[in-house]
Each structure stands twice: as C-alpha cells, then as structure tokens.
Design a protein around this ligand. Structure first.
Ligand code: NDP
Length: 287
C-alpha cells in the first residue's frame, strides 16, 4: 500500500485486537459487555449496517441483540423498548439505527436513551458534556478520526484544522475534538464563500460533505493531512470519497482512502464505546 495512505483497515484490526483483550479482562471481572440495537423497517442499507455491527461485536466477544420492528411500528412501542433497555443492567449500550420511519420522531427517541448507554454519542447530554470537555460518549466517526490521527503520528497542537461539513454526527464533533486537542479550527459549509481560501490553509483537512471527489489538488495545501469521510457512488457506480484521492496524492503528506479509511474505524469505535459504557462505573477503567 502507498505509504501516504492511512490504512484504516489495519488500524481498525489493531484496535479490535486490543478491545478483544479488554472484553476478556472484563468478563473475568463478571462484566459481559452487551449492545442492544433497535432497527425499525426494512431499509436495506440500515439492515446491512446493523448486520455489520452485530458481526463486529461477535468477533470480539461483545454480546449483541437486535430488536427488529416493522416499519409501521408506532413511536410509543419504540420508546417503551428504549425505556426497558435503559432499565436492564445487563445492557450497556443502546443504539437506534437511523434513519427512523418518518412517523417516529428520532430526536425524541434519542432523548429517551440513558446518556450512559448512548454509544452513538448523539444524546444532548453527551453533546453538552463534550462541549464542556467532560468525559462523555463521543460519536463513532469523529472518535475514529482522532484515533487514526494518533496512529498516523499526526501532531494536532497549534495546527490549523479545516472541517468541510458541519453535520451533528461528523463535522461539528470532530471540530470540537480537534479544538480540545489544541488545533485552531475552521468550520466550512455550503454557505462558505470562497471555500478554497480556507481549505488551502489546512494542515489537517477533514472533508465530510457527501459529494463525489469534491476536493481536488488545487484545494489542498502542500503537505496537508487529509481525512476523507465521504462515502459516495460516482457516475459509474464506483465507491468513492469526497476527495479526489488520485489527484491530491502527490500534494498531501497523508490521506485516508475510500474505501478502507475512515469507514472501518467507525464500527470499531462503536465497540470501544460499548466497552466504555460497560466500564463507566469500574474504577480501573475510568480516566
Ligand atoms: P450531511 O449531509 O449531514 O452534511 C453535509 C455537510 O456538507 C453539510 O454541513 C453541508 O453544509 C456541507 N456541504 C454540502 N455541500 C457543500 C459545499 N458545496 N461546500 C461546502 N460544504 C458543503 O452529511 P454527513 O456529515 O452525515 O456525511 C457526510 C459524508 O460522510 C457522506 O458521504 C456520508 O455518507 C459520509 N459518512 C461516512 C461515515 C463513515 O463512517 N465513513 C459516517 C458518516 C457519514 P450545510 O450545513 O450548509 O448544508
């Protein structure tokens, strides 16, 4: 593999080995990490994601249960299930696969999850704690990026990190985490005027836009480290990121490929969060 490529698969493999060891250790202490996944409807992408999450849990010894409801299921039934899982001490993580059918208010469902079991890190309590710099459950994709930065030996302090995209699940939290790690952070979005002016200043460029090969060589600074979060299909149906990897490669110092970059780390961080949730009250594991 090209040395400039940050190998997300390899980092994920290494992290999963570490997590697997931690699960064994926990089981020795009588703690059996368990994730509950709520899936509503038959959206094929959601079903694939859930299957992958379940498989990843299984591989490292985390127990997982999937509660699969028909698309017509009413909001109350889902809220009741969440409450039941909140009360169940053997369940450490609760994940509601999004998107939910339109008649169910996903904000209300997320709000119903016990913040200590919110392994997606979407609950407002966790978002608030994160902003305050307190220990919290952090969304998986940004958490994965932080681990990859560390594994790739990228120093963050004092660097200019430019984030393109300001979603609640990627853009905003990764910006916050980088800020907490002493980067100077700029957020860009669809209303940003002269986007290139900012991307050209980025020592660390994070792109989470959802547009195939949106960022090209003329948009990046020489020697930049680029994280390509996008998962898109191009006009030929080929999987690609938000960055034109081939075009930018000669210019960047490191870049995450698509596939095999940020993607594999996301599920790995779900496993890490489930273990964190399971050990929330175990002193040995607290920060
Ligand atoms: P959203 O659609 O929620 O957000 C996209 C962001 O991009 C918005 O903030 C939008 O701005 C901004 N944007 C859109 N067009 C432009 C433009 N022309 N210039 C600058 N900014 C623009 O997407 P997500 O954050 O959920 O996901 C982004 C991508 O990452 C998708 O391809 C998704 O599939 C992928 N993804 C990958 C994951 C992984 O595990 N690898 C996990 C999650 C997402 P505005 O706010 O103004 O509308």
């Amino acid at each position: 593999m090209h040395t400039k490529l940050i190998d997300g698969k390899e980092i994920a493999r290494k992290k999963r080995k570490e997590l697997e060891k931690r699960v064994i250790q926990l089981k020795g202490m009588g703690i059996y990490p368990r994730l509950a996944v709520i899936l509503v409807g038959d959206d094929s992408a959601s079903m694939t994601y859930v299957r992958n999450k379940q498989k990843a849990c299984e591989e490292i010894g985390i127990e997982s249960d999937v509660y699969h409801y028909e698309a017509e299921t009413d909001e109350e039934t889902i809220l009741q299930k969440v409450e039941q899982l909140n009360q169940n001490p053997s369940v450490h993580g609760i994940l509601v696969q999004l998107p939910l059918p339109k008649h169910i208010d996903s904000k209300k469902v997320i709000l119903a999850i016990d913040p200590n079991k919110d392994v997606d890190g979407f609950h407002p309590i966790n978002i608030g704690k994160r902003v305050l710099g307190e220990r919290s459950l952090v969304p998986c994709t940004p958490l994965g990026i932080m681990v990859m930065l560390e594994e790739a030996g990228v120093s963050i302090r004092g660097k200019h990190a430019v984030i393109v995209g300001r979603s609640n699940i990627v853009g905003k939290p990764i910006g916050q985490l980088l800020l907490d790690n002493d980067a100077t952070v700029t957020f860009c979005h669809s209303k940003t005027e002269n986007l290139r002016k900012y991307t050209l200043q980025a020592d660390i460029l994070i792109v989470a836009v959802g547009k195939p090969r949106f960022i090209r060589a003329e948009d990046v600074k020489e020697g930049a480290v680029v994280f390509d979060v996008g998962i898109n299909r191009d006009e030929n149906g080929k999987l690609c990121g938000d960055v034109d990897t081939v075009d930018v490669l000669p210019k960047v110092s490191q870049i995450t490929p698509v596939p095999g970059g940020v993607g594999p780390m996301t599920i790995t961080m779900l496993l890490a969060n489930t273990i964190q949730a399971a050990t929330m009250n175990v002193d040995e594991f607290s920060d």
